[in-house]
Design a protein around this ligand. Structure first.
Ligand code: GLN
Length: 475
């Protein structure tokens, strides 16, 4: 029996090389664990057993012939179900796409296939990645492996839970306003939101195209770095993608900014303590801690909740029920408008409909200037806050999320509170910066807490370095 608990990419790679177990054996072990544990956790929407075993056996042949293997080769992973794997279902957790099969690979999938990755299956999310708890999936909520009564966070909750529950070694999520970092924090794993443009969005079902980035979720910073290196890079099929990830010059003295706006009202006391603990440990270790201000933080949420729904309303216009998903029949419903109305009403869940309506409103003539255009101006101010701060410090540090993982259903009556809780993550997307969430302790009732580190654009290398330093200090 292979002990799957907390296995990292690096460890699996070493075991494969040493022939302690084969890729087929570890793949089967994960598939077995999924069978046992996933009926409770519900991280996966679909399991791609056949292709996983096929890919694993290919790697095993390679190992048997004594050829050398890459770090990700034969290592089982999971993929958020808004990223397309050719021939497999890709639902975005929406009834609209319940039976849709991807007809091409996302660029990140192509790259992982080139690395010889084994895909175990597709993981649950809030429908079309709109949400922060995985409760808004069109199919079922995912549960937090640390406490099955609680949410895993979202929208990449299935990805986070699949890593935390030992149902895969690593996962890909997507982050528009926190959807990689927040579930990583809730599930006690590491999650990276890369700089906008470093990872191709081709083959990711779009939510808000100027904010969306695909990012790795794994057990360690090092594992996230390995996956990031595999998926990054310019892509002809995404004109916003670029090759510029800078190498990092080690500094004698690291300066870390602590924004006062990230420690205000609404921050859970235990989360605050855990973050302050890391700050004081770093301070004792020669890192210079600097109080900074990001004065437009309080407007970032309103700005995000105008820009993201506006872009979503445009992106989701393609779902008319004629090309994808459930179809009404024109003969039965009358006009083409009636048909659209019926298809879109039945296909989308309430949260998605709400955002489409909000976005359509903020883009409509007469309101465009007052809302959308104004939000774009605020976005520039948010970006400038970071630019100013980074003149003085190398990194910015703070909580990933203001609260601990909450109980399933607990926030149902208070959708606004759920939006407000995105306070520490959305600015990073608005500014296009890289941010990483790293586990930094547990609450009294044993729930994970995450610390977020933000770096200037394209400074992922530096982020990994400081991330590893934090991990080592907390060990
Ligand atoms: N929780 C945020 C939202 O609901 C972020 C979602 C995301 O990053 N995909 O929009």
């Amino acid at each position: 029996m292979i002990n799957l608990q907390n296995l990292t990419i690096k460890e699996v790679h070493e075991h494969l090389k040493n022939k302690d177990f084969s890729s087929s054996e570890i793949t089967k072990a994960y598939l077995e664990n999924i069978k046992i544990k996933d009926p409770d956790i519900k991280a996966y929407i679909s399991i791609t057993e056949e292709s996983a075993l096929l890919q694993a056996s290919k790697v095993d042949e390679k190992i048997a012939s004594n050829a050398s293997i890459g770090l990700l080769e034969g290592v089982p992973c999971s993929i958020k179900d808004n990223i397309m794997i050719k021939g497999e279902r890709c639902t975005a957790a929406s009834k609209f796409l319940e039976n849709y099969r991807a007809i091409y690979d996302a660029t990140v999938i192509e790259k992982l296939k080139d690395c010889g990755s084994v895909f175990l299956g597709k993981t649950n999310l809030d429908e079309f990645a709109m949400g922060g708890s995985c409760e808004k999936s069109g199919f079922f909520p995912t549960r937090n492996p640390h406490d099955l009564e609680r949410v895993p966070g979202g929208s990449s909750g299935g990805s986070a839970a699949s890593v935390a529950g030992d149902l895969c070694v690593y996962s890909l999520g997507s982050d528009t306003g926190g959807s990689v970092r927040q579930p990583a924090a809730f599930c006690g794993v590491v999650g990276l939101k890369p700089t906008y443009g470093t990872v191709s969005r081709y083959g990711l079902i779009a939510f808000a195209s100027s904010l969306d980035q695909i990012g790795p979720m794994a057990r360690t910073v090092e594992d996230c770095e390995i996956v990031f290196d595999a998926i990054k890079g310019a892509d002809k099929k995404d004109s916003t993608s670029t090759d510029s990830v800078f190498s990092h010059e080690r500094k004698d003295k690291i300066r870390i900014g602590v924004p006062k706006e990230y420690f205000g009202e609404g921050l859970n006391e235990e989360v605050k303590q855990a973050i302050n603990n890391v700050i004081s440990v770093l301070g004792k270790d020669g890192v210079e801690i600097v109080d900074i201000t990001l004065p437009h933080t309080e407007y970032a949420l309103a700005c995000y909740y105008i820009i993201a729904p506006s872009e979503a309303s445009a992106n989701l216009a393609r779902f008319d029920g004629l090309r994808y998903g459930k179809q009404g029949e024109i003969g039965n419903v009358g006009s083409i408008n009636d048909l659209y109305l019926e298809n879109r009403t039945n296909g989308f869940g309430a949260e998605v409909r709400k955002r489409i309506m909000l976005g359509t409103y903020t883009l409509s003539s007469g309101y465009y200037d007052a809302y959308y255009k104004k939000a774009l101006k605020v976005r520039t101010l948010v970006r400038k806050d970071f630019e100013n701060a980074f003149k003085d410090v190398d990194f910015i540090i703070g909580p990933t999320h203001p609260s601990l993982p909450f109980k399933i259903g607990e926030m149902e009556d208070d959708p606004l509170a759920m939006y407000l809780a995105d306070i520490y993550t959305v600015s990073v997307n608005l500014a296009g910066l890289p941010g990483i969430s790293i586990p930094c302790g547990k609450s009294k009732n044993n729930l994970p807490i995450g610390i977020q580190v933000i770096a200037p654009a394209f400074q992922e290398r530096a982020l990994f370095e400081i991330g590893k330093m934090i991990e080592n200090k907390l060990r």
